[in-house]
Design a protein around this ligand. Sequence first.
Ligand SMILES: [Fe+2]
Length: 248
Amino acid sequence: MTAALPKGGSAPLIPRDRTVHPVPFDPDYKTSVTRSPKYALLAMESTPTEETGPVFGHDLLGPLDSNLILNFTRGESPAVGERILVHGHVLDENARPVRNTLVEIWQANAGGRYRHIKDTYFAPLDPNFGGCGRTITDEEGRYQFLTIRPGAYPWPNRGNDWRPMHIHFSVFGSGFGQRLITQMYFEGDPLIRHCPIVATVKDRSHIDRLVAPLDFSHSKPHDFLAYKFDIVLRGRRQTFFENKPEGM
Ligand SMILES: [Fe+2]
């Protein structure tokens, strides 16, 4: 007898290999000391709800939700910065497209400042940039965002640490058990090799999966450059989580 497939046609989830994920505790990443679990993790069986939901519809979205250059001013004024397109596929562990899944991003502005009450970096806020966007993948699992290249910013970790340019991603997948929260970096950024958060990923080839290459084939002349960032949810080729094991 064949096991029933969850909604969206995904095969049952293969247990995650925790040995390849970054360790949750890393003294060079100071906040991991207090954020990491104090006790051994308990494995729990997943439930049908976790493997089949959530389900998203395109009617959730506004016309500018995936355009961070314009969405904060509802199209009135563009954000300051280097215009870029970030695009890619969301695939499952069997290399099949993950369709109709919510992809959300958030990022600093071109000066490296977040629109957040706790961000006190003296780079100015851009009155035309909010820093958040969302979209839903199409039938081939594709997504894209128009945005500006985020600036690097300092953070009080070991005294003179700087985050490389990055965009935060949240991807739900076709089930909560696939949910991924991670960060995308930019090809050629010299700060990547100095970043303690990146360094929690110990394997160089795994870090490479978080670095989006420049993609001239999707750039638009006289308008924007493009970067390609494919995301694989679970499995041997998966995109790596931030510094903690997540999901099931
Ligand atoms: Fe950040």
